[in-house]
Design a protein around this ligand. Structure first.
Ligand code: NAI
Ligand code: 13P
Length: 325
């Protein structure tokens, strides 16, 4: 049994480690030759996950064709690169487990919709939940949603990836799992702003709650199930990333809240803060669906430099009073 992983960032590397811990031989495609060389020579990924000793069962490659012999592939490149990567896959019928959290700019498509465009014959699953890569790679416990419309395949993939400290819960709600992961990144930026601007713990909890209301409205409009949004891939991941500077999105927001410009914070960063790319396309998609998402709108305005922190906070607090539900 050989499992493929596409993407040698922190999360792809951590998932390769999970797969290898279950006895799978793992073929990891990474874009950076220095990552491939380091993993093969030293069992380390110094660029994206430096503190973890990796399994020797993980063999890295820059040749995507080398994943042709894998019987399932975890696709872990950032959301905006998914289409390009899927187009290069050596086979178009291998089950794909999509792990990026985002919405494609331009098309407004979820990851499963983008993958189906390029690989219409590949069975698709989505893996998403509260999973900081460094904790998973260190073997600390967590639970995660594995969503697949084909219930039998989903359960078999969940069993294949399950480890004593890594518990996939099967679901058939692919759209719900994707929307939770994509929207929480934008909301994590907002919570970072709250932290950076020193607005306090009450404000953060209020924002998580009202953000979850936005996620739910948008998700239901796009066909997600409410219980998925309230589960690991929605509320679970939202609480995680809205509470810690281990989140790249939260950290980006914290910088914005301290008054730094988005362009400066984004310049030269090697790691990805997906919420920055999702925010503009999310608000386009929300407007298209007739869904009100004021927090996501505020994050987008801050990122685009259309408003400063003070104006955004005043705007949020000055909104007309309304019913909670
Ligand atoms: N790091 C984490 O804790 C978690 C990350 N994720 C998601 O996994 C996805 C990947 O994130 P990470 O592994 O954290 O990335 P990372 O921030 O550690 O590394 C950046 C990744 O982007 C890749 N990349 C940059 N430019 C590219 C291009 N032009 N084409 C293809 N790939 C390119 C790099 O090769 C590298 O793999 C994101 O959607 C993220 O939201 C999901 C769960 C946990
Ligand atoms: O998605 C994540 C944890 O579940 C990682 O969050 P960040 O991308 O904000 O670091």
């Amino acid at each position: 049994m050989k499992i493929g992983v596409i993407g040698g960032g922190a999360w792809g590397t951590a998932l390769a480690q999970v797969a290898a811990a279950g006895g799978d031989r793992v073929r990891l495609w990474a874009r950076e030759p220095e990552v491939v060389d380091a993993i093969n020579a030293t069992q380390r990924n110094p660029l994206f996950l430096p503190d973890v000793a990796l399994s020797p069962e993980i063999r890295a490659t820059t040749e995507i064709g080398a994943l042709g012999e894998c019987d399932a592939i975890l696709v872990v490149t950032p959301a905006q690169h998914l289409r390009g990567i899927c187009a290069q896959l050596p086979r178009h019928d291998t089950p794909l487990i999509l792990c990026a959290k985002g919405i494609e700019a331009g098309t407004r498509k979820l990851m499963s919709e983008t993958a189906r465009d390029t690989c219409p014959h590949a069975p698709i699953a989505v893996l998403s939940g509260p999973t900081f890569a460094h904790e998973v790679a260190a073997g600390l416990p967590t639970a995660i949603t594995l969503a697949c419309e084909d219930e039998a395949l989903g359960q078999s993939l969940a069993r294949r990836l399950a480890r004593p400290s890594f518990r996939p819960y099967a679901s058939t709600d692919v759209i719900g799992a994707e929307i939770g992961g994509a929207v929480k990144n934008v909301l994590a930026i907002a919570c970072g702003v709250v932290e950076g601007a020193g607005l306090g713990q009450n404000a953060r909890a209020s924002l998580i709650s009202r953000g979850f209301a936005e996620m739910t409205r948008f998700g239901l409009a796009r066909g997600a199930r409410a219980e998925t949004l309230a589960g690991l891939s929605g509320l679970g991941d939202l609480v995680l990333t809205c509470s810690s500077t281990s989140s790249r999105n939260f950290s980006l927001g914290k910088g914005l809240g301290q008054g730094r410009a988005a362009a400066d914070l984004m310049a030269d960063r090697r790691t990805v803060a997906e919420g920055a790319f999702t925010a503009p396309v999310l608000i386009e998609a929300a407007r298209e669906a007739g869904v009100d998402m004021p927090i996501a709108e505020a994050v987008d305005a801050l990122l685009a430099g259309r408003a400063d922190v003070r104006a955004v906070i005043e705007g949020m607090l000055g909104r007309p009073l309304k019913r909670e539900h």
